[in-house]
Design a protein around this ligand. Structure first.
Ligand code: DC
Length: 226
């Protein structure tokens, strides 16, 4: 008999800690962690590296048939493969973050990437993080969590991440970037960032990383009986 595949959707704004927390929770449960932001970043990177504006709907639409976007897991780490090249490191640059939020507002891009995301959940138990996983991509997910934290706490966390990678940025720049992306991600017409009606809200502003991961694991175990 086939084993049941569980799906956990974790949505929330930029910098809420989704990826770190989802990755740790997936490790603890032996689930595959799927970072869907990386998929949008890959399309943005493809547009930027061809000199296209990520906001230019016609140019991005014309580009899509040329793109093969694939996920691969190497020692539990998700890699993004664009037309056969590993672009996992390149997609983390700040201009790609900004571009990703712009291509993500284009319905044609969201449609193009839908099956890639759903495919990953068909064959594995997954924790998938993004903005519209519980509302659009996996509306029947077994567990839905909406992770949030204040913009200031998120900016502080993002700044620490950037500093750890030796990237120069100030708190004010990071905070401004987070607020701009929040606005764009939650005001776009297609699949805006919003909490699914059946999602549990988890505000991590006052929680440590470990406390947040424990809270996520408790929710998953309670809902799935695992
Ligand atoms: O999570 P992230 O910062 O890597 O995401 C990059 C951008 O992609 C973000 O600004 C919003 C967009 N995104 C989206 O629209 N839907 C998703 N499921 C994941 C990310």
């Amino acid at each position: 008999m086939d084993q049941k595949c569980y799906s956990v959707a974790i949505d929330g704004p930029a910098g809420a800690g989704k990826s770190t927390m989802a990755r740790r929770a997936a490790q603890a449960l032996n689930f595959v962690y799927v970072d869907t932001g990386a998929i949008y970043r890959t399309v943005a990177y493809a547009a930027l590296s061809r000199g296209l504006s990520p906001e230019d709907g016609d140019a991005v639409t014309a580009l899509l048939p040329e793109l093969r976007v694939e996920l691969s897991w190497q020692e539990g780490v998700q890699h993004m493969i664009l037309n056969g090249c590993d672009v996992t490191a390149e997609i983390r640059k700040p201009e790609v973050s900004d571009g990703a939020s712009k291509v993500a507002a284009l319905p044609v891009v969201r449609d193009f990437l839908m099956e890639t995301q759903r495919d990953a959940a068909r064959t594995h138990s997954v924790i998938m993080d993004g903005r519209d996983i519980g509302t659009v991509v996996l509306p029947d997910a077994d567990v839905k969590i909406f992770l949030s934290a204040s913009p200031e706490v998120r900016a502080k966390r993002r700044l620490l991440e950037l500093q750890a990678q030796n990237r120069a940025a100030t708190f004010d720049e990071v905070l401004r970037d987070i607020k701009e992306r929040d606005y764009r991600d939650s005001h776009r017409k297609t699949a805006p960032l919003r909490q699914a009606d059946d999602a549990v809200l988890l505000d991590t502003s006052e929680l440590s990383l470990q406390e947040s991961v424990d809270a996520i694991l408790n929710l998953i175990r309670k809902k799935t009986g695992l």
